[in-house]
Write a protein that binds this ligand. Structure first.
Ligand code: UT7
Length: 331
Protein backbone atom coordinates (compact mmCIF):
# COMPACT_ATOMS: atom_id res chain seq x y z
CA UNK A 1 0.00 0.00 0.00
CA UNK A 2 1.19 3.50 -0.77
CA UNK A 3 1.31 5.52 2.46
CA UNK A 4 0.64 9.17 1.61
CA UNK A 5 -0.04 10.36 5.15
CA UNK A 6 0.40 9.26 8.75
CA UNK A 7 -2.55 8.62 11.03
CA UNK A 8 -2.77 9.66 14.68
CA UNK A 9 -5.17 9.59 17.61
CA UNK A 10 -6.57 13.10 17.97
CA UNK A 11 -9.32 12.56 20.56
CA UNK A 12 -10.76 9.99 22.96
CA UNK A 13 -13.92 9.60 25.02
CA UNK A 14 -15.83 7.04 27.03
CA UNK A 15 -19.22 6.42 28.53
CA UNK A 16 -20.12 3.98 31.28
CA UNK A 17 -23.73 3.46 32.32
CA UNK A 18 -24.58 4.58 35.86
CA UNK A 19 -25.85 1.28 37.25
CA UNK A 20 -23.17 -0.73 39.06
CA UNK A 21 -23.47 -4.50 39.52
CA UNK A 22 -21.05 -5.70 42.21
CA UNK A 23 -19.77 -9.18 42.94
CA UNK A 24 -21.91 -9.11 46.09
CA UNK A 25 -24.98 -8.40 43.94
CA UNK A 26 -24.07 -11.39 41.76
CA UNK A 27 -23.84 -13.62 44.84
CA UNK A 28 -27.59 -13.07 45.22
CA UNK A 29 -28.29 -14.06 41.60
CA UNK A 30 -26.11 -17.14 40.94
CA UNK A 31 -24.03 -19.64 42.88
CA UNK A 32 -20.82 -17.59 43.01
CA UNK A 33 -18.75 -15.58 45.49
CA UNK A 34 -16.89 -12.30 45.57
CA UNK A 35 -13.80 -14.29 46.51
CA UNK A 36 -14.06 -16.61 43.45
CA UNK A 37 -14.64 -13.72 41.03
CA UNK A 38 -11.81 -11.56 42.41
CA UNK A 39 -9.20 -14.34 42.59
CA UNK A 40 -10.11 -15.93 39.22
CA UNK A 41 -10.70 -12.74 37.22
CA UNK A 42 -9.71 -9.57 39.13
CA UNK A 43 -13.21 -8.15 38.61
CA UNK A 44 -15.08 -6.38 41.41
CA UNK A 45 -17.89 -4.60 39.64
CA UNK A 46 -19.28 -3.87 36.21
CA UNK A 47 -21.67 -1.32 34.67
CA UNK A 48 -25.10 -2.27 33.34
CA UNK A 49 -27.03 -0.28 30.72
CA UNK A 50 -30.54 0.88 31.61
CA UNK A 51 -33.50 -0.93 30.01
CA UNK A 52 -33.95 1.89 27.51
CA UNK A 53 -30.23 2.25 26.69
CA UNK A 54 -28.96 0.53 23.53
CA UNK A 55 -25.43 0.33 22.15
CA UNK A 56 -25.83 3.48 20.03
CA UNK A 57 -26.88 5.51 23.10
CA UNK A 58 -23.64 4.60 24.89
CA UNK A 59 -21.62 5.08 21.71
CA UNK A 60 -23.12 8.51 21.11
CA UNK A 61 -22.10 9.78 24.57
CA UNK A 62 -18.54 8.45 24.17
CA UNK A 63 -18.35 9.97 20.67
CA UNK A 64 -19.36 13.42 21.91
CA UNK A 65 -16.54 13.28 24.48
CA UNK A 66 -14.04 12.13 21.86
CA UNK A 67 -15.01 14.97 19.52
CA UNK A 68 -14.82 17.51 22.36
CA UNK A 69 -11.33 16.34 23.31
CA UNK A 70 -10.03 16.63 19.74
CA UNK A 71 -9.35 19.74 17.67
CA UNK A 72 -11.96 18.70 15.11
CA UNK A 73 -15.69 19.40 15.02
CA UNK A 74 -18.43 16.84 14.29
CA UNK A 75 -18.77 18.11 10.73
CA UNK A 76 -15.12 17.18 10.04
CA UNK A 77 -15.80 13.46 10.56
CA UNK A 78 -15.77 11.62 7.25
CA UNK A 79 -16.23 8.01 8.37
CA UNK A 80 -17.63 6.11 11.35
CA UNK A 81 -16.54 2.57 12.19
CA UNK A 82 -18.26 0.92 15.13
CA UNK A 83 -16.95 -2.31 16.67
CA UNK A 84 -19.63 -4.24 18.53
CA UNK A 85 -21.14 -7.69 19.05
CA UNK A 86 -24.18 -6.30 20.87
CA UNK A 87 -25.47 -3.81 18.30
CA UNK A 88 -28.82 -2.04 18.52
CA UNK A 89 -30.10 -4.35 15.75
CA UNK A 90 -28.72 -7.05 13.44
CA UNK A 91 -29.17 -4.28 10.87
CA UNK A 92 -28.95 -1.35 10.23
CA UNK A 93 -25.50 -0.84 11.65
CA UNK A 94 -25.00 0.90 14.97
CA UNK A 95 -22.53 3.19 13.15
CA UNK A 96 -25.38 4.52 10.97
CA UNK A 97 -27.51 5.18 14.05
CA UNK A 98 -24.64 7.06 15.73
CA UNK A 99 -24.18 9.04 12.51
CA UNK A 100 -27.85 10.08 12.67
CA UNK A 101 -27.58 10.98 16.39
CA UNK A 102 -24.58 13.20 15.59
CA UNK A 103 -26.61 14.92 12.87
CA UNK A 104 -24.21 13.81 10.15
CA UNK A 105 -24.66 12.10 6.77
CA UNK A 106 -23.24 11.36 3.34
CA UNK A 107 -20.10 9.43 4.30
CA UNK A 108 -19.40 5.75 5.06
CA UNK A 109 -20.57 4.34 8.39
CA UNK A 110 -20.37 0.64 9.20
CA UNK A 111 -19.98 -1.92 11.97
CA UNK A 112 -17.19 -4.42 12.53
CA UNK A 113 -17.78 -7.80 14.17
CA UNK A 114 -14.49 -9.09 15.55
CA UNK A 115 -15.51 -9.78 19.13
CA UNK A 116 -13.31 -8.22 21.76
CA UNK A 117 -10.68 -7.41 19.11
CA UNK A 118 -13.26 -5.29 17.28
CA UNK A 119 -11.88 -1.88 18.18
CA UNK A 120 -8.32 -2.91 17.23
CA UNK A 121 -9.67 -4.19 13.88
CA UNK A 122 -11.61 -0.93 13.39
CA UNK A 123 -8.60 1.24 14.29
CA UNK A 124 -6.48 -0.71 11.82
CA UNK A 125 -9.03 -0.15 9.04
CA UNK A 126 -9.20 3.56 9.94
CA UNK A 127 -5.41 3.73 9.77
CA UNK A 128 -5.45 2.44 6.18
CA UNK A 129 -8.09 4.96 5.08
CA UNK A 130 -6.16 7.85 6.62
CA UNK A 131 -2.80 6.69 5.26
CA UNK A 132 -4.02 6.34 1.68
CA UNK A 133 -5.71 9.76 1.81
CA UNK A 134 -9.29 8.53 1.43
CA UNK A 135 -10.39 9.94 4.81
CA UNK A 136 -9.18 12.61 7.24
CA UNK A 137 -11.06 12.16 10.51
CA UNK A 138 -12.57 8.80 11.41
CA UNK A 139 -14.69 8.16 14.48
CA UNK A 140 -13.74 4.69 15.74
CA UNK A 141 -16.05 3.29 18.41
CA UNK A 142 -15.94 0.17 20.59
CA UNK A 143 -19.27 -0.34 22.32
CA UNK A 144 -21.06 -3.19 24.07
CA UNK A 145 -24.32 -3.77 25.88
CA UNK A 146 -23.43 -7.36 26.74
CA UNK A 147 -25.84 -7.39 29.69
CA UNK A 148 -28.62 -7.61 27.10
CA UNK A 149 -27.26 -10.90 25.74
CA UNK A 150 -26.00 -12.42 28.98
CA UNK A 151 -27.68 -15.36 30.72
CA UNK A 152 -27.85 -14.35 34.39
CA UNK A 153 -28.44 -18.01 35.31
CA UNK A 154 -25.05 -19.07 33.91
CA UNK A 155 -22.30 -18.37 36.44
CA UNK A 156 -19.65 -19.29 33.87
CA UNK A 157 -20.40 -16.14 31.90
CA UNK A 158 -22.63 -13.69 33.78
CA UNK A 159 -19.99 -12.58 36.27
CA UNK A 160 -17.59 -11.62 33.49
CA UNK A 161 -19.32 -9.04 31.34
CA UNK A 162 -20.23 -5.37 31.58
CA UNK A 163 -21.51 -2.55 29.37
CA UNK A 164 -19.69 0.55 28.15
CA UNK A 165 -18.39 2.53 25.19
CA UNK A 166 -15.08 4.01 24.16
CA UNK A 167 -14.62 6.30 21.18
CA UNK A 168 -11.54 7.59 19.42
CA UNK A 169 -10.94 10.08 16.63
CA UNK A 170 -8.26 8.90 14.23
CA UNK A 171 -7.05 11.77 12.07
CA UNK A 172 -4.50 12.60 9.42
CA UNK A 173 -1.26 13.66 11.10
CA UNK A 174 0.56 16.77 9.94
CA UNK A 175 4.20 16.55 8.88
CA UNK A 176 5.38 18.17 12.14
CA UNK A 177 3.34 15.78 14.34
CA UNK A 178 5.19 13.31 16.53
CA UNK A 179 1.88 11.53 17.21
CA UNK A 180 1.42 8.57 14.90
CA UNK A 181 -0.21 5.16 14.54
CA UNK A 182 3.04 3.31 13.92
CA UNK A 183 1.83 -0.17 13.05
CA UNK A 184 -0.97 -2.66 13.59
CA UNK A 185 -1.42 -6.38 13.18
CA UNK A 186 -4.75 -8.18 13.05
CA UNK A 187 -5.42 -11.89 12.64
CA UNK A 188 -8.00 -14.63 13.13
CA UNK A 189 -8.13 -18.38 13.63
CA UNK A 190 -11.64 -19.43 12.62
CA UNK A 191 -11.07 -23.04 13.68
CA UNK A 192 -12.00 -21.87 17.18
CA UNK A 193 -15.16 -20.01 16.14
CA UNK A 194 -17.44 -22.04 18.43
CA UNK A 195 -15.58 -21.32 21.66
CA UNK A 196 -17.31 -17.97 22.13
CA UNK A 197 -20.65 -17.65 20.41
CA UNK A 198 -24.19 -16.31 20.39
CA UNK A 199 -25.82 -19.34 18.76
CA UNK A 200 -29.32 -18.18 17.93
CA UNK A 201 -30.80 -15.23 16.11
CA UNK A 202 -28.79 -15.54 12.90
CA UNK A 203 -29.34 -17.63 9.76
CA UNK A 204 -27.80 -20.78 11.29
CA UNK A 205 -30.40 -20.84 14.05
CA UNK A 206 -33.18 -18.32 13.44
CA UNK A 207 -35.05 -17.01 16.48
CA UNK A 208 -37.88 -19.24 17.64
CA UNK A 209 -39.74 -19.90 20.86
CA UNK A 210 -37.43 -22.87 21.40
CA UNK A 211 -34.25 -20.79 21.05
CA UNK A 212 -35.58 -18.21 23.50
CA UNK A 213 -36.63 -20.93 25.98
CA UNK A 214 -33.19 -22.54 25.78
CA UNK A 215 -31.36 -19.22 26.24
CA UNK A 216 -29.54 -19.60 22.93
CA UNK A 217 -29.50 -15.85 22.29
CA UNK A 218 -27.05 -15.32 25.10
CA UNK A 219 -23.25 -15.52 25.19
CA UNK A 220 -21.84 -19.05 25.46
CA UNK A 221 -18.16 -19.50 26.16
CA UNK A 222 -15.61 -22.21 26.80
CA UNK A 223 -13.51 -19.91 28.96
CA UNK A 224 -10.82 -22.36 29.86
CA UNK A 225 -9.87 -23.12 26.23
CA UNK A 226 -9.90 -19.43 25.32
CA UNK A 227 -7.69 -18.55 28.28
CA UNK A 228 -4.74 -20.52 26.90
CA UNK A 229 -5.14 -19.18 23.36
CA UNK A 230 -5.52 -15.58 24.59
CA UNK A 231 -2.03 -15.16 25.98
CA UNK A 232 -0.43 -16.91 23.00
CA UNK A 233 -2.28 -14.89 20.35
CA UNK A 234 -1.78 -11.51 22.05
CA UNK A 235 1.91 -12.24 22.57
CA UNK A 236 2.25 -13.11 18.88
CA UNK A 237 0.43 -9.92 17.81
CA UNK A 238 2.70 -7.78 20.03
CA UNK A 239 5.83 -9.57 18.88
CA UNK A 240 4.90 -9.04 15.21
CA UNK A 241 4.57 -5.24 15.44
CA UNK A 242 7.62 -4.81 17.66
CA UNK A 243 9.80 -6.91 15.37
CA UNK A 244 8.53 -5.20 12.23
CA UNK A 245 9.47 -1.81 13.71
CA UNK A 246 12.81 -2.90 15.19
CA UNK A 247 11.53 -2.15 18.69
CA UNK A 248 11.45 -4.08 21.94
CA UNK A 249 9.49 -3.77 25.17
CA UNK A 250 12.06 -1.28 26.50
CA UNK A 251 10.71 1.22 23.95
CA UNK A 252 7.14 0.86 25.23
CA UNK A 253 5.82 3.33 27.81
CA UNK A 254 2.41 1.69 28.26
CA UNK A 255 0.72 -1.62 27.52
CA UNK A 256 -3.07 -1.84 27.36
CA UNK A 257 -4.52 -5.29 26.77
CA UNK A 258 -8.10 -6.44 26.44
CA UNK A 259 -9.57 -6.60 29.98
CA UNK A 260 -10.94 -10.16 30.07
CA UNK A 261 -9.12 -11.62 33.05
CA UNK A 262 -6.46 -10.21 35.38
CA UNK A 263 -4.57 -13.50 35.16
CA UNK A 264 -4.44 -13.23 31.35
CA UNK A 265 -3.19 -9.62 31.60
CA UNK A 266 -0.48 -10.65 34.10
CA UNK A 267 0.54 -13.71 32.09
CA UNK A 268 0.97 -11.58 28.96
CA UNK A 269 2.86 -8.91 30.90
CA UNK A 270 5.23 -11.57 32.28
CA UNK A 271 5.76 -13.14 28.86
CA UNK A 272 6.53 -9.72 27.37
CA UNK A 273 8.75 -8.94 30.38
CA UNK A 274 7.18 -5.52 30.91
CA UNK A 275 7.24 -3.71 34.26
CA UNK A 276 3.75 -4.11 35.76
CA UNK A 277 3.64 -0.36 36.48
CA UNK A 278 3.46 0.17 32.73
CA UNK A 279 0.40 -2.05 32.32
CA UNK A 280 -2.94 -0.21 32.37
CA UNK A 281 -5.66 -2.16 34.19
CA UNK A 282 -9.26 -1.19 35.00
CA UNK A 283 -10.86 -4.65 34.97
CA UNK A 284 -11.86 -4.31 38.64
CA UNK A 285 -14.25 -1.45 37.79
CA UNK A 286 -15.77 -2.37 34.45
CA UNK A 287 -15.08 -6.12 33.94
CA UNK A 288 -15.08 -7.36 30.34
CA UNK A 289 -16.79 -4.88 28.00
CA UNK A 290 -15.54 -6.76 24.92
CA UNK A 291 -14.79 -4.34 22.03
CA UNK A 292 -15.01 -1.39 24.46
CA UNK A 293 -12.31 -2.39 26.97
CA UNK A 294 -9.35 -0.92 25.09
CA UNK A 295 -10.81 2.46 24.03
CA UNK A 296 -12.28 2.91 27.54
CA UNK A 297 -8.94 2.12 29.22
CA UNK A 298 -7.10 4.35 26.75
CA UNK A 299 -9.38 7.31 27.38
CA UNK A 300 -9.23 6.81 31.14
CA UNK A 301 -5.43 6.63 31.15
CA UNK A 302 -5.15 9.79 29.01
CA UNK A 303 -7.62 11.76 31.16
CA UNK A 304 -5.84 10.58 34.34
CA UNK A 305 -2.60 11.99 32.90
CA UNK A 306 -0.96 8.57 32.86
CA UNK A 307 -0.54 8.35 29.10
CA UNK A 308 0.82 11.66 27.82
CA UNK A 309 1.54 13.27 24.48
CA UNK A 310 4.63 11.59 22.99
CA UNK A 311 4.30 8.31 24.93
CA UNK A 312 4.60 5.06 23.02
CA UNK A 313 1.68 2.71 23.64
CA UNK A 314 1.15 -0.93 22.69
CA UNK A 315 -2.39 -2.32 22.58
CA UNK A 316 -3.25 -6.02 22.37
CA UNK A 317 -6.54 -7.84 22.16
CA UNK A 318 -8.22 -11.17 21.38
CA UNK A 319 -11.79 -12.38 21.23
CA UNK A 320 -14.60 -14.24 19.48
CA UNK A 321 -13.63 -15.68 16.13
CA UNK A 322 -11.04 -16.24 17.51
CA UNK A 323 -9.58 -12.91 16.55
CA UNK A 324 -6.47 -11.19 17.82
CA UNK A 325 -4.58 -8.00 17.14
CA UNK A 326 -2.20 -5.31 18.28
CA UNK A 327 -1.73 -1.60 17.65
CA UNK A 328 1.43 0.38 18.28
CA UNK A 329 1.26 4.16 18.43
CA UNK A 330 2.81 7.33 19.73
CA UNK A 331 0.20 9.59 21.34
O1 UT7 B 1 -13.27 -11.64 26.16
C1 UT7 B 1 -12.76 -12.57 25.31
C2 UT7 B 1 -12.79 -13.94 25.61
N1 UT7 B 1 -13.02 -14.42 26.93
C3 UT7 B 1 -12.02 -14.66 27.80
O2 UT7 B 1 -10.92 -14.25 27.63
C4 UT7 B 1 -12.24 -15.52 28.99
C5 UT7 B 1 -11.06 -16.39 29.20
N2 UT7 B 1 -11.28 -17.31 30.28
C6 UT7 B 1 -11.29 -16.95 31.57
O3 UT7 B 1 -11.12 -15.80 31.91
C7 UT7 B 1 -11.46 -18.04 32.59
O4 UT7 B 1 -11.38 -19.29 31.96
C8 UT7 B 1 -12.79 -17.94 33.37
C9 UT7 B 1 -12.77 -16.74 34.31
C10 UT7 B 1 -13.96 -17.82 32.43
C11 UT7 B 1 -12.99 -19.17 34.23
O5 UT7 B 1 -11.88 -19.32 35.11
P1 UT7 B 1 -11.14 -20.73 35.23
O6 UT7 B 1 -10.11 -20.58 36.24
O7 UT7 B 1 -10.73 -21.11 33.84
O8 UT7 B 1 -12.27 -21.66 35.78
P2 UT7 B 1 -12.91 -22.97 35.12
O9 UT7 B 1 -13.78 -22.62 33.97
O10 UT7 B 1 -11.81 -23.97 34.92
O11 UT7 B 1 -13.82 -23.46 36.31
C12 UT7 B 1 -13.25 -23.86 37.56
C13 UT7 B 1 -14.39 -24.11 38.53
C14 UT7 B 1 -15.48 -24.99 37.95
O12 UT7 B 1 -15.96 -25.83 38.98
P3 UT7 B 1 -15.49 -27.36 39.08
O13 UT7 B 1 -15.92 -27.97 37.79
O14 UT7 B 1 -14.00 -27.29 39.22
O15 UT7 B 1 -16.20 -27.84 40.28
C15 UT7 B 1 -16.57 -24.01 37.56
O16 UT7 B 1 -17.86 -24.58 37.60
O17 UT7 B 1 -15.02 -22.87 38.86
C16 UT7 B 1 -16.42 -22.99 38.66
N3 UT7 B 1 -16.96 -21.69 38.31
C17 UT7 B 1 -17.41 -20.81 39.22
N4 UT7 B 1 -17.45 -20.85 40.58
C18 UT7 B 1 -17.94 -19.78 41.21
C19 UT7 B 1 -17.12 -21.16 37.09
N5 UT7 B 1 -17.65 -19.93 37.19
C20 UT7 B 1 -17.84 -19.70 38.50
C21 UT7 B 1 -18.34 -18.61 39.23
N6 UT7 B 1 -18.36 -18.69 40.57
N7 UT7 B 1 -18.78 -17.49 38.64
Amino acid sequence: MIVKYNAKISGTGRYLPEKILTNKDLEKIVDTSDEWIVTRTGMKERRIAADDQAASDLAYEASLQAIQSSPIRSKDIDMIICATISADHAFPSTACIVQQKLGLKNFPAFDISAGCTGWVYAANIAKQYIENGAAENILVIGVETLSKITNYEDRNTCVLFGDGAGATIISRAEAKDISQLIDADISADGTHNELLIQRAGGSRMPASQKTVKENLHTVQMEGNKIFKLAVKSMYQACHTVLKRNHMDMQSIDWLITHQANMRIIQALGNKLKIDEKKVIVNIEKYANTSAATIPIALDEAIRNNKIRHGDIVLLASFGAGLTSGSLLFRL
